[in-house]
Ligand binder design. Structure first.
Ligand code: MIG
Length: 727
């Protein structure tokens, strides 16, 4: 049975049993008053010994949003989703689970509400799949917390969710620059080559990643000195060019005598244990490993200290991978395989019938639920808990270890911190990328939808592997994806082992030129992106929003491949092969269309609301600036911070009045929280054939270096008036 507590005017907690403290919620719940509550509003409850089911009858027009890192449509109706973190490198439409678990949904209909289930193991959301009118949520436990947000407005529900779980992570400003990665750049030489190539070709770049092959035998916190003899020198030299190096880190610690991380972990009993209290053994990249017990705070501190080898080199961030945790196999699983193979032992002519048996046995080896059930965590109070019951927290707790440590190792510096697996709460300290997608056009659409649904969970700083991770990418795909990437806050080209290289210069001259202009466009947008990002964190409002979060119409709810990037700009990426344009729906207001190729070329057209086919050649990106809203640009640079931003270009269609609050701070520290930031309040008032401008500066700490603003203001007939202003 549930007990109920009031959290805010609109939010209630319904608690059943004794839930595990996941750390998702930032409020102190020890002082809330509970009273018995036989029911939960909206839902019918069905329970048995093992599970709790919540059932809701949907109306025909109800739309379901949320659920973060899941595949399928943005409107989640019509599919089953499972939250049980898994490393699945093939994101086909039938898949129910990915790396993260985000059990927060929004029902948008005649009755609207939000629901967050704070429970760290398996949950199933059957959203109108089994029965088209019903939501059935199955939690495989009776110990759980359910938060119900009773608000009419989707954006208010999200605000309440952030009030409960914390505000989104703010990366350093350079993390909004372009980033290049590959599994792997195998040597220091190769990394230096990539850096030089970017500079030679005048393509802006801020970050290069080193994937697992920089390590010595995949041992975490070591460096292969044969291939990276002077990793630290490389970090310093690249820093001179304005490029940061970010290393990958995996959780599995190789079992090898004399290897310091293994020895320390073993001596201090820092690893997860099996049922015999022996260190649990699972194979990942290094071969047989132990898993650090991140649910224990001593282990987190110990692990966190390891990152010092990187920060001592001048490294400003880390990339935490494989933390579902991914398991390639365990000795038990291999044993079971041999047994199945023994059973399947057949004469050659029978193989046909037995083949599927063998295939099935092999398929079940990695990430097997039985393996997750076979190890334990030791909590701070000394109790042992089976991993399966807290499975979805492993990535969160690993990332917490990194985040806490980096606060000391890089005092008052904002690190770039990425994790693959996640749970609510991780969005406060780090962010996630979308994992191992493929070089498929279909995965561009997945990217577009995930941007929107992850933003609802507070993962504002997110993006997909640009160009696709697995498989070979065509030049056209990479170009179109680089264009979409301009509007991924995390903008990184990354590709898997043995796939066709996809750095901008790997194709032809024309493709290279388009990609250069595309990346430069991203840097031109930097003042807008940063300003909108910081304002959206402050306002607790998603940075990227679906059209239906901004406009009320019915049609808006069906449009999933256009989105608002900040409050002024709607992006309609071309995400299909051979397309020289696309259909775009323009809701409600007039729009200033910029079919963008490069910063320097701004040919604008005004559109009334309606449906249009917008042409977009391979080099062109369909962008739309909302009426009476403004876009802020600057001249592109080679990396963030190369030059002070001294000049702004303000572009917009103003039919009455437009106000833009331009924000800036040092981009590196947390001093903004102490008031060290500046605002330029730019106001444009339409006057018959002209406009009036007013700029107010509020900048006590001198954070804004802008001294010249160029205005390009359009009227509804598409005529432009340009003015410059010295401030
Ligand atoms: O088993 O480190 O998602 O980005 O390049 C694959 C190698 C392990 C998975 C990550 C991917 C990374 C890759 N990793």
């Amino acid at each position: 049975m549930f007990k109920k507590a009031q959290i805010s005017a609109q939010t209630h907690l319904y608690r059943s049993g004794e839930p595990f403290k996941t750390g998702a919620v930032i409020l102190d719940l020890s002082k809330v008053n509970f009273q018995d509550s036989p029911r939960i509003p909206y839902f019918e409850i069905e329970t048995n010994d093992k599970e709790t089911n919540l059932i809701y009858k949907m109306q025909e027009d109800d739309v379901v949003y949320g659920l973060g890192e899941t595949l399928g449509a943005l409107n989640k109706r019509g599919k089953i989703y499972q939250f049980y973190a898994t490393d699945d490198p093939l994101h086909t439409p039938d898949k129910k689970a990915l790396y993260g678990s985000h059990p927060f949904m929004i029902l948008d209909g005649e009755k609207s509400f939000g629901l967050f289930i704070d429970y760290p193991s398996e949950i199933i959301f059957d959203i109108g799949f089994t029965h088209k009118d019903y939501i059935k949520i199955t939690i495989f436990s009776k110990d759980l917390d359910i938060y119900l947000f009773e608000c009419d407005e989707k954006l208010t529900i999200i605000k309440e969710y952030f009030a409960l779980t914390g505000k989104p992570y703010i990366p350093p400003k350079w993390a909004f620059g372009f980033q290049q990665s590959r599994w792997s750049y195998f040597s220091e030489e190769e990394v230096r080559y990539v850096a030089n190539k970017y500079r030679e070709l005048d393509i802006p770049l801020d970050v290069i990643y080193t994937d697992i092959d920089y390590m010595d035998g995949y041992k975490v916190f070591t460096i292969n000195r044969e291939t990276f003899p002077n990793y630290e020198g490389m970090v310093k030299d690249l820093a001179q060019k304005g490029i940061k190096v970010i290393p990958i880190i995996d959780p599995g610690v190789k079992i090898e005598e004399g290897y310091h991380v293994y020895e320390e972990g073993k001596m201090n009993k820092y690893f997860c244990v099996d049922k015999n209290r022996e260190d649990f053994v699972a194979a990942v990249w290094p071969g047989l490993t132990h898993f650090p017990d991140f649910l224990n705070s001593d282990v987190r501190k110990w692990w966190g200290r390891q990152y010092k080898i990187f920060t001592d080199m001048g490294i400003k961030g880390v990339w935490n991978d494989m933390n579902e945790p991914s398991i390639f196999y365990t000795p038990t699983r291999v044993q079971k395989l041999f047994e199945s193979l023994e059973k399947a032992k057949v004469e050659e002519n029978e193989l046909g019938q037995k083949l599927s048996l063998i295939q099935e046995a092999i398929k079940n080896i990695p990430n097997n639920r039985e393996d997750y059930k076979s190890f334990y965590h030791k909590l701070d109070d000394g109790t042992l808990i089976n991993h399966d019951l807290v499975h979805n927290l492993y990535g969160l707790k690993m990332t917490e270890a990194a985040s806490e440590a980096l606060k000391t190792l890089l005092p008052n510096e904002r690190p770039l911190l990425l994790s693959r697996s996640s749970y609510p709460g991780l969005h406060r300290m780090a962010s996630i990328w979308m994992g191992d997608n493929m070089s498929w056009w279909e995965h561009m659409l997945v990217n577009i939808r995930l941007l929107q649904s992850l933003n609802m969970m507070g993962f504002f700083y997110t993006g997909a592997d640009i160009g696709g991770f697995g498989g070979d990418a065509s030049p056209e795909l990479v170009i179109r994806w680089m264009q979409l990437g301009v509007f991924n806050p995390f903008y990184r080209n990354h590709a898997a082992l043995n796939t066709r290289p996809q750095e901008p210069w790997q194709f032809d001259e024309e493709s290279l030129n388009i990609m250069r202009d595309t990346v430069r466009l991203r840097y031109a947008l930097l003042p807008y992106t940063y300003s909108e990002y910081m304002n959206s964190v402050k306002e607790s409002e998603p940075f990227i929003k679906p059209l239906s979060f901004v406009f009320d119409g019915k049609k808006e709810k069906d449009i999933e491949d256009q989105f608002m990037y900040g409050n002024s700009l709607m992006v309609a990426p071309v995400h299909e092969q051979n397309k020289k344009g696309r259909y775009v729906y323009l809701p409600d207001v007039k729009w200033l269309n910029w079919t963008a190729t490069k910063f320097e070329e701004r040919n604008m057209t005004v559109y009334k609301p309606g449906d249009y086919y917008i042409e977009a050649e391979l080099s062109q990106i369909p962008l739309f600036i909302k009426e009476n809203n403004l876009l802020v640009l600057t001249e592109p640079m080679n990396y963030v911070g190369e030059k002070e931003i001294t000049e702004l270009w303000i572009v917009g269609l103003v039919t009455s009045q437009a106000v833009y609050t331009y924000y800036d701070d040092d981009g590196l520290t947390y001093n903004f929280a102490k008031g060290e930031f500046g605002h330029l309040k730019i106001e444009i008032l339409k006057e018959s054939n002209d406009f009036k401008v007013q700029v107010e500066k509020e900048d006590p700490k001198n954070m804004i270096k802008v001294n010249k603003i160029h205005f390009e203001i359009y009227d509804e007939s598409g005529n432009v008036v340009k003015k410059d202003m010295i401030i």
